[in-house]
Design a binder for this molecule. Structure first.
Ligand code: DC
Length: 222
């Protein structure tokens, strides 16, 4: 079974995807973490964000590996390092480089081959898994998404002096870049279930998805 989950930043995709993966006992793949890891490598190497050729060259040689909840870049554990405001602020730039997308989409499709998986990202239903058994598009009001991100960073003591207003502005900027880039922008596929999570708890969203997945296909068409 393949499940695609897309949506803007802070809509709850990774939390919900992890919950669904656990309930269905399938693999979860956080594709955003892969774009973040490449961005971390770009920053560490001092590569300029305008230098698409250098970014593309690095993406071809970077080695990304997952071990449980941890992500490794070129052998180094970068699980926490890819969640800093600096990496968050620049990942949209790196993710808009066509060659980076080519490399990562290929890697994601390879991981999905022959595996029951739920993947979250921006282009999963449209590009990575166009034939997914189920497609979901999670959304929420930008103020709610900013609050969730703020609380998450605060709990991790990773706010770096950012206010709630700063985070909302960052999210709006990222939404714009992710949905207006030329290659594989964020879209809600026609065949996706669109769910507004603004007023829903994690458990409610998770149960809603599981209900859709468990419903026989012929009932779904009614
Ligand atoms: O889901 P996230 O916030 O960790 O994603 C980080 C960035 O990566 C986000 O700005 C969009 C980009 N991204 C993407 O372009 N395509 C994906 N499949 C996943 C993430």
């Amino acid at each position: 079974m393949q499940i695609a989950m897309d949506g803007p930043a802070g809509a709850g995709k990774s939390t919900i995807a992890k919950c669904v993966a656990k309930k269905l006992k399938i693999t979860y793949l956080d594709t955003g973490a892969m774009y973040r890891a490449i961005t971390k490598g770009v920053i560490d190497r001092g590569i300029c964000f305008d230098d698409q050729d250098a970014i593309a060259e690095y993406a071809h040689q970077a080695v990304i590996a997952f071990k449980g909840d941890q992500i490794f870049l070129d052998g180094q554990d970068v699980t926490r390092a890819i969640r800093t405001p600096e990496v968050s602020a620049h990942t949209s730039d790196v993710a808009s480089v066509p060659e980076v997308r080519k490399v990562l989409v290929q890697a994601q499709q390879q991981i999905a081959e022959g595996t029951d998986v739920i993947m979250d990202g921006r282009d999963i239903g449209s590009r990575v898994l166009p034939n997914a058994d189920y497609k979901f598009y999670l959304d929420a009001a930008v103020s709610e998404r900013a609050k969730r991100r703020y609380d998450e960073l605060k709990a991790k003591k990773a706010l770096d002096g950012k206010t709630l207003a700063d985070i909302e502005a960052d999210i709006e900027k990222r939404d714009y870049l992710d949905s207006h880039r030329e290659v594989d922008p964020l879209v809600c596929c026609e065949d996706a279930h669109r769910i507004d999570t603004t007023a829903m708890t994690i458990d409610q969203v998770c149960d809603c998805l599981i209900e859709i997945i468990k419903k026989p296909k012929d009932e779904e068409a009614l």
